[in-house]
Design a protein around this ligand. Structure first.
Ligand code: NAD
Length: 244
């Protein structure tokens, strides 16, 4: 795929770029999206039934086993060329804010700074009772407990039905409100409120760029819609930008 000249011009003229990523960006690293089948032991479970406060209350051991499996999976993979290209892109424009729905920390491992983690982080532990982050958890316990109140600890991710952390919501809204170019990359544009960020950006005048393997509800609303793998298209975009 050739990167449209109009997109390169828009990027060169842009003062503030905002990028929203989803699980598709990590797919080429080997982190499965929720929509993909779970493998091995977890094949029989639907993530939508594990990643909820109700599931955790019902069976915290099961939910922790699933998150330990996900932590091990992510520990064993590396950022891919798409993650690295976004680090490069941040150095080529005056300002770039990266908002991710991913909880895997791969953007940070690639070298992205100040990432807004819209859905939290897989490796963080939070008190289920008080909500605070706990750094000194004894993770050898089947269900780790809070060193402060003794309540159960939970993974620091946003589960289905839960609110986005206030600081992430505010930071994302601020980034969107001033941007002139908004990228939606590897996200189905179906999970709210993240899916509303592109709309907010467009309403205040930003051009919208989508990079996705498939067509999404956002595709028809974009200025530039690039269909393909982010791990291929993002490095290609960087290469094209380098050519005058
Ligand atoms: P999603 O699973 O709903 O959609 C993924 C999108 O990525 C799809 O539209 C798919 O076509 C596209 N895609 C797949 N491979 C791609 C590639 N190589 N290049 C470009 N696009 C590709 O993901 P979502 O929109 O992020 O929302 C699902 C929720 O699942 C989020 O809340 C997220 O927090 C969570 N989640 C995160 C991870 C992770 O941290 N890596 C993994 C699974 C789920």
């Amino acid at each position: 795929m050739t990167i449209p000249k109009g997109l390169l011009d828009a990027l060169r003229a842009s003062q503030r770029v905002c990028v929203l990523t989803g699980s598709g960006v990590s797919a080429e690293s080997g982190v499965p999206a929720f929509r993909e089948a779970q493998t091995g032991l977890w094949e029989q479970y639907d993530p939508h039934e594990l990643a909820t406060p109700e599931a955790f209350q019902r069976d915290p051991q099961l939910v922790w086993r699933w998150y330990r499996w996900r932590r091990e999976l992510v520990d064993g993979v590396e950022p891919n060329p798409g993650h690295h290209a976004l680090v490069t892109l941040a150095g080529l424009v005056p300002e770039l804010t990266l908002i991710t729905q991913n909880v895997d920390g791969l953007h940070q491992r690639a070298g992205s700074d100040d990432v807004i983690e819209f859905h939290g982080n897989l490796f963080q532990n939070r008190c289920f009772v008080e909500g605070c982050v706990v750094d000194d958890a004894d993770l050898s316990l089947e269900v780790p407990v809070c060193s402060g109140c003794g309540g159960m600890l939970r993974p620091g991710v946003v589960w289905f039905g839960e609110s986005i952390p206030e600081s992430a919501m505010n930071d994302a809204a601020a980034a969107v409100s001033g941007c002139d170019l908004f990228f939606s990359i590897g996200t189905s544009a179906l999970v709210w409120p993240a899916a509303g960020l592109a709309d907010a950006a467009r309403q205040q005048g930003a051009s919208i760029v989508e990079i996705n393997l498939d067509v999404t509800p956002l595709s028809s609303e974009t200025n530039f819609c690039l269909q393909g793998k982010s791990g291929t298209l993002l490095p290609e975009l960087i290469d094209c930008l380098a050519v005058q």
